[in-house]
Design a protein around this ligand. Structure first.
Ligand SMILES: Nc1ncnc2c1ncn2[C@@H]1O[C@H](COP(=O)(O)OP(=O)(O)O)[C@@H](O)[C@H]1O
Ligand SMILES: [Mg+2]
Length: 338
């Protein structure tokens, strides 16, 4: 049985709104609002959602790069803090920006070991070489600089930098989004292999659902700072219960010609939540929303084994966004909300 590696309990984070000071509580952007989730050992949890919905903020909090304004994080049952800093590492989308251009690859990969005062120079060199080889890079990389490598190779170098520290959890923030499809596939295979061999857990952040489906056992869908659906990837992708998830799935471009006409373009875009907000956040874009959705925030409810969704209608309007006509459930007739 898998153990609980990381647990987030009601984590919230606010950013100062445009032109506001950090101390000002007025006009704050709610980047994360009461987010609770768990990651088990050797599990890959995908985190999907449109740009600006709070994925990177959540990733940075998990990696200890940002402190939440409220809520708790537990790592292996203990408060998440300095002690687990080494065991949780983060890989960013922009590999060029995250690698110091003045350092040679050997030193870049060794840096974490030097900072952590791990072993003698010869031991560190052995670990660096083994790790580079495990991500498919040869010894001749050691004395070269990051700009001499392709995007895919730089992402492997970023990965090696974290792997030398033997992390238990890797936060991968859009790790393959900037790469072309063949390099994406190679990196995805490498990540799957590393996960199997090293029993590492991943928080895999991506807006590419096909990639998430490939590598993650579970998936969490985020919308405007909230988890709106979470569950086994197979269940969420084959039978989404939240209309936002269905909309994301329907917005994917599929190569099969039979599917081409089915794509339903989502209208509108998520806007940051400033100050209070009542009701479902997807209300303004959901074609099935009723007045009840506007006023009452939907709780995350069990809709299947390990599958939860925060929608009052829970997919009753049809399995796909925009399809079939839904019949209003009885609670929608509450006079207060009509
Ligand atoms: N440093 C910051 N200051 C103010 N607002 C921010 C900052 N970083 C992110 N935001 C806002 O917080 C929200 C979530 O951002 P982010 O976590 O980067 O989303 P995602 O990774 O899903 O695209 C967005 O509305 C973004 O504009
Ligand atoms: Mg991001």
């Amino acid at each position: 049985m898998k153990n609980k590696l990381l647990e987030l309990k009601s984590v919230s984070l606010f950013y100062p709104g445009p032109g506001r000071a950090r101390e000002s509580r007025n006009g704050m952007i709610r980047a994360l609002d009461n987010v609770s989730l768990q990651i088990q050992t050797s599990e890959a949890l995908g985190l999907v959602g449109e740009s600006g919905c709070g994925k990177t903020t959540l990733g940075k909090i998990v990696a200890g790069l940002l402190q939440p304004d409220s809520g708790r994080l537990l790592f292996l049952g203990k408060p998440h803090g300095g002690g687990c800093r080494r065991e949780i590492q983060m890989v960013f989308q922009d590999s060029q920006g995250s690698l110091n251009p003045r350092m040679k690859i050997g030193k870049l990969v060794e840096e974490g070991l030097i900072v952590g005062k791990a072993g003698k120079s010869a031991d560190r060199r052995r670990i660096v070489l083994e790790t580079l080889s495990s991500v498919g890079l040869a010894e001749d990389c050691l004395n070269r600089y990051s700009h001499e490598f392709s995007g895919g190779q730089r992402q492997r170098i970023s990965l090696a930098r974290t792997l030398v520290l033997q992390p238990k959890l890797l936060v991968l923030d859009e790790p393959v989004s900037s790469l072309d499809v063949t390099v994406q596939a190679q990196l995805i295979n490498l990540l799957a292999l590393l996960k199997r061999e090293r029993k590492i857990s991943y928080l895999f952040i991506s807006h590419n659902l096909a990639v998430v489906r490939q590598i993650c056992e579970r998936v969490a869908v985020m919308y405007m700072g909230k988890i709106v659906e979470i569950g086994p990837a197979s269940a969420v992708f084959s039978s989404p219960k939240h209309f936002y998830t269905a909309m994301l799935l329907d917005s994917q471009l599929l190569p099969e010609s039979s599917q081409k006409n089915k794509i339903i373009c989502a209208t509108g875009e998520p806007r940051p939540i400033i100050n209070g907000h009542s009701g479902c956040r997807f209300y303004t874009r959901c074609v099935h929303a009723v007045q009840y959705c506007r006023h009452v925030p939907p709780p995350l409810q069990e809709v299947g084994y390990g599958h939860r969704s925060a929608c009052h209608l829970q997919g009753n309007a049809g399995s796909r966004y925009g399809e079939s006509v839904y019949s209003e459930p009885s609670f929608c007739y509450n006079k207060n909300y009509l």
